[in-house]
Design a protein around this ligand. Sequence first.
Ligand SMILES: Cc1ncc(COP(=O)(O)O)c(C=O)c1O
Length: 393
Amino acid sequence: MDQENTPRFSDRFEFISGENDLYSLLESFKKSGEDWIDLTISNPTKVGLVYPREAILHSLEKQESIEYDPNPKGTPNARKSITGYYKEKGHNISEEDLFLTSSSSEAYSYLIKLLCNPGEEVLIPSPGYPLFEFLSLLDGVEFNSYKLDQKENWKIDFEDLNSKITTKTKILFLVSPNNPTGNSLTSEEFEKLKAISKTKKIALVLDEVFSDYLHEKNPNQIDFFHTDFPVFVVNGVSKILALPQMKLSWIHVGGPTNWKKECKERLEIIADTYLSVGTPIQLALPELFQWRNMIQSQVLRRISRNLQVLESFHSSHPGIVYTSPQGGWYAVLQSKSFLNDEEFSYRLLEKEKVLVHPGSMFGFEEDSGSIVISLIYETELFQSGLERISTLL
Ligand SMILES: Cc1ncc(COP(=O)(O)O)c(C=O)c1O
């Protein structure tokens, strides 16, 4: 009865399916106060890192925060400090090419609005960041996945990618280092993408949120910023400063001069419509950047220790396929014993009270028996989690 007199919800939500068993079990643990080891944790503020608490809080207390002086692209000082961050990394960029957003998700949403009509298409990497699917659906565009080739160290499978491009394809999403496989884009791949972008009129959107977290030397210093084809780079403090709660990310716009000008005019309209980044965090950003090394070195040390633990776990389980990731905050483990990945994750949580991500959540083939774990967890807990996996195996 109630339903008849209420508006129908948007078709965007057609993807909603029944409740997932793993999720329900987790909810029941929460209700009953049951403790578990969370090998999926990727919230850096919950893994025992030491933050310069007082300094962070102090930098948010600027007098100017009391006034509202909106700038759709973000305050000039905040953007300038971002150019400083890139300068330290050897890239000269202009603050005029930066647009601040409240998250990388919002950055993606702006870019879909900028480039796609409803029903047009975006291409997303598989395995890859699960949020791309939801972001596409919520912004009314179709998505299709292109494969990364495990045999080639997760390089793009260009044959597959080319077969997925249609006349409606507008954006190709890339993540480097990729979540969860950890591989970085190579110059050879970037050259091929350039040719695709130019011939098919497709923009590249490159997420480099994990670029400061490389575990192996990467000889590839690719310039994603000065290109003669459309490349948008997305990054933010969520990973750079391990401060996701501060809600500050950005888009760098790159491409041919005239196109770039028109692009920025349109992006400014979108940004001006939302004006979503808070003033205090923009004013604090230049000071917060000063803590980058202090915070990142802890995360890198943590990951390095956990990778050692993982190596030793791997050596006692030679049946598990595991390659040390080149970068990022995640590791992938594969085994026949993890088949079916969702069932395995459920059993692991039920019997050993350890939570892992089933690989299918990231687009791993069901028959690959993949699970994904976070590398930023406290090492003792990380080790216990792996020991409990051993027990179940
Ligand atoms: C690939 C990727 N991009 C971006 C983010 C950060 O997102 P946000 O800026 O919305 O916190 C994450 C977080 O896990 C991620 O894995």
